[in-house]
Design a protein. Structure first.
Length: 185
């Protein structure tokens, strides 16, 4: 009986996903038609449980791709950087982490990438004869990138520490003779 019910439900969900993709293709351009945008908004609102929006890349992921694509490197090196960034997030514990930690891990990884790209540009600039103004510009830019990375790491560490030291669940049990027993989980 359950399988008979799931079949039509899955088929309906697939129809909705197909319609979502169709509307996404129509609206993901410079000047989409307002009726298509409205239909997309209604489809998203009317099918919240399907979380159709998850099929679209997040702004954080697009930021990562943009930073890599704008870097001065070959296509092969850029592809390796994409995989390195994903591995870094995994090594920082993104998989299975609470949502807030996942967001902070993504931010720390992006700051790490930007810091390294600024460090590379800084090193290439400093090996030549430059003006004092240009030297100061690169020093400030490198310092700002270092501060962002450090702050992202500190914030991630602080959130992890707070989530692990949050008060444990405590249960008070009345024992015989009016004695109270406290159990913590």
């Amino acid at each position: 009986m359950l399988a008979a019910i799931e079949g039509p439900i899955n088929a309906k969900a697939e129809q909705i996903r197909s319609k979502f993709q169709e509307l996404l293709d129509k609206t993901n351009k410079e000047n989409p038609q307002l009726k298509d945008l409205k239909a997309l908004a209604e489809l998203l609102s009317g099918n919240r449980k399907l979380e159709l929006w998850r099929d679209v890349a997040s702004a954080g992921y697009l930021a990562e791709l943009t930073v890599i694509e704008n870097a001065r490197a070959t296509a092969a090196v850029k592809e390796c950087w994409k995989h390195r960034l994903q591995a870094l997030k995994k090594e920082l514990g993104s998989e299975g982490a609470p949502l807030l930690e996942q967001l902070l891990i993504q931010q720390a990884a992006l700051c790490w990438l930007k810091l390294n790209l600024v460090e590379l540009a800084y090193s290439n600039t400093m090996k030549q004869s430059i003006t004092l103004t240009l030297g100061m510009f690169w020093e400030k830019r490198l310092s700002a990138a270092q501060k962002r990375f450090t702050r992202a790491c500190e914030t991630l560490t602080r959130v992890r520490k707070l989530s692990r030291t949050s008060p444990a669940l405590q249960v008070n049990i009345a024992a015989e003779g009016g004695q109270q027993i406290n159990l913590s989980k």
